[in-house]
Design a protein around this ligand. Structure first.
Ligand code: THU
Length: 161
């Protein structure tokens, strides 16, 4: 028997103003997209912006449904659009911003488990890390340099060989 410890590094920025110009612009794209979310049931609006290696920025926001499980998170709307339209193009980074009509979200929005799994798939596929930046509406921004870090012990295609 042996014990193992899994840990990872996060960079914590006090606010969006501390980000590099490129990262700030990507986060601002997520913020702009968040404002177009279709979230009449939760009132929780999320925007995601992907930076592709060709410079293209792909955005997505959460799309809810009267049949709740039929809705989709912002991250997967953006990832699936990139996967569908730019299948061979490396995704370098994803920025996420979330807030609520009911209250200001002042802590970083961490992606749900399903979104981590979906983003991990693209990271494995492209064999290059996807950096992730997470923010609420205001406050700290968290940065992690790979999706794999926030999904330890991930299920991937190696199990299917
Ligand atoms: N949501 C996202 O879009 N991304 C996340 O990472 C967490 C949750 C959406 C799904 C749903 O429309 C609303 O936020 C409340 O869960």
């Amino acid at each position: 028997m042996r014990k193992q410890n899994i840990s990872f590094d996060l960079t914590v920025f006090d606010s969006i103003e501390e980000l590099s110009v490129d990262e700030k612009n990507l986060m601002l794209s997520a913020v702009a997209s968040r404002k177009k979310a279709y979230a009449p049931y939760s009132n929780f609006q999320v925007g995601a912006a992907l930076l592709l290696e060709n410079g293209e920025v792909i955005v997505g926001n959460n799309q809810e449904n009267a049949c709740y499980p039929a809705g989709l998170c912002a991250e997967r709307v953006a990832m699936f659009y990139a996967g569908a339209n730019f299948p061979g193009v490396v995704i370098k980074a994803v920025a996420i911003s979330a807030t609520s009509i009911n209250h200001i979200v002042d802590k970083p929005a961490a992606p749900c488990g399903n979104c981590r799994q979906s983003m991990s798939e693209y990271e494995v596929k492209q064999k290059q890390n996807i950096a992730i930046l997470m923010m609420g509406e205001i406050g700290e921004v968290l940065k992690c340099n790979a999706i794999a870090k926030i999904l330890p012990l991930a299920f991937d295609n190696s199990f299917l060989d």
